[in-house]
Design a protein around this ligand. Structure first.
Ligand code: UD1
Length: 428
């Protein structure tokens, strides 16, 4: 079932928004429970469709799973290793994150070969190459990838040619169960990697260096269930600060951490916003009109995050002056641009960059979300536009933003969610 969001734009957003746990931490941590024996409690777990899909996958594998009030309880003592249904794997693009843990626990993992997706091809060659170096055998055929390691995995020195987040996580998970020590060179340094390591270490693993480019994992430790609180979602925080920025509003992102947004906050400041670290989060006060930033380039952490590229592009649409945004992580991540243009933005795509000339106003229209962050960017533009904007395809947005309409309404926005499809109705 997909839905749409209707927005009457032009109101400044004001107030406080509680930032939930990071989706990109919660997903690998849920996958990590496959390696443990016993019950784990994962607190501050966001109620998102990807999290629900992960919990379904865990159930298929034989885990006892409960999810209530942002707390996921997973008992993975008795697992059967039943193959994960294809529909479930396709539903969640991040199901690849189960590869390392399932392979390590059962000696075999099957997954659907990933195809093209909303923001371009998502190859998994780095994941498969690294697992191969750890002793896994990889076979492909009939749209499936089958990894086996009948004799178990062994520690290895893994040099990633690119600091892939997912590949780093898969290697960390597999390495926990491998014989010997694994070193990951050029590892991804995202805070979510540190959070995964914190969970695994709490469960009994020996991981050092997470958050740096070299991670060392001593394998073979017995992991048991543990309790963990997921870190606040830096991307959701940045997204709601962008909502304040684009509407000339003032929003406090409660729970947001400045150290996770070190390359993002200066961009808001360069646009004329005042960003303050307050006792319980980050507050952004926006000027009446934003200034364009000359150049933003997405980079692996701690660089400017690709996941905030689309929201910041939306902000630039109504800024004073011209700016350039260069996406370097996912080459195809400009799918929100046609929607922004439809709302009146002046954007040219040239040479792998978006050249954005700020306009005086955007005007409401019907646009379609085709990916998570791009979809949120369209909502942002709708909040700033005159008149009514309808954003369809909101299932994409629900993958990363919990109760997006309710949250925006609590900040003073005029938005409502409507279901489309057979059981059409108001779904506020
Ligand atoms: C994760 C995040 C996603 C974020 C991205 C980059 C999760 C669930 N998702 O995605 O929100 O946008 O990091 O910060 O945590 N690549 C390869 N071969 C591989 C793996 C990756 O070429 O085997 C390429 C990808 O095509 C892409 C780049 O590396 O161009 C980054 O991908 P990666 O860091 O792996 O992102 P994800 O883990 O998929």
């Amino acid at each position: 079932m997909s839905g749409k969001i209707e927005i009457i734009g032009g109101l400044p957003l004001r107030g406080r928004v509680e930032i939930r746990g990071a989706k990109n931490s919660a997903l690998p941590i849920l996958a990590a429970t496959v390696l443990t024996r016993g019950e784990s409690k994962i607190r501050n777990c966001p109620a998102l469709s990807d999290v629900r899909a992960s919990l379904e996958i865990l159930k298929y594998l034989g885990c006892c799973v409960r999810f209530r009030d942002g707390e996921a309880t997973v008992d993975s003592t008795e697992l059967n290793g039943a193959p994960i249904p294809e529909t479930l794997m396709r539903e969640m693009r991040s199901s690849i994150i189960f590869l390392g843990a399932v392979l390590a626990r059962f000696g075999e993992a099957r997954l659907c070969a990933p195809g093209g997706c909303d923001i371009g091809l998502r190859p998994i060659d780095l994941h498969l190459g690294a697992l191969g170096e750890m002793g896994a055998r990889v076979r492909e055929g009939g749209g499936m990838i089958v990894c086996t390691c009948p004799d178990g995995l062994r520690g290895a020195d893994i040099s990633l040619s690119f600091p892939s987040v997912g590949a780093t996580e898969n290697v960390m998970l597999a390495a926990c169960a491998a014989k010997g020590t694994t070193r990951i060179f050029n590892a991804a340094r995202e805070p979510e990697i540190e959070d995964l390591a914190a969970f695994l270490n709490c469960a009994g693993a020996r991981i050092r260096g997470a958050g740096s480019a070299e991670i060392v994992i001593e394998g073979g430790k017995r992991l048991s269930g543990c309790e963990h609180t997921v870190i606040a979602d830096r991307i959701a925080a940045g997204s709601y600060l962008a909502a304040a920025a684009i509407t000339a509003g003032s929003v406090t992102a409660v729970g947001a951490r400045a150290e996770h947004l070190r390359t993002v906050l200066p961009v808001f400041r360069a646009m004329g916003c005042e960003v303050t670290e307050v006792c319980d989060g980050l507050r952004l006060d926006a000027p009446q009109r934003l200034d364009a930033v000359r150049y933003i380039r997405t980079m692996p952490y701690p660089g400017f995050p690709t996941d905030l590229q689309a929201p910041l592009t939306a902000c630039m649409c109504v800024a004073r002056g011209t700016g350039i945004v260069r996406e370097t992580i996912f080459e195809n991540r400009y799918k929100h641009v046609p929607g922004l243009i439809r709302l009146g933005a002046d954007i040219r795509l040239e040479g792998g960059c978006a050249v954005i000339r700020g306009v005086d106003r955007l005007t409401g229209a019907h646009v379609e979300a085709t990916d998570l962050r791009g979809g949120f960017a369209l909502v942002l533009a709708g909040l700033a536009a005159e008149g009514k904007t309808t954003v369809s395809g909101t299932a994409h947005i629900d993958r990363g933003y919990e109760n997006v309409c309710g949250t925006l309404r609590s900040l003073g926005a005029r938005v409502c969610a409507r279901q489309t499809g057979p059981d059409r109705g108001n779904a506020q």
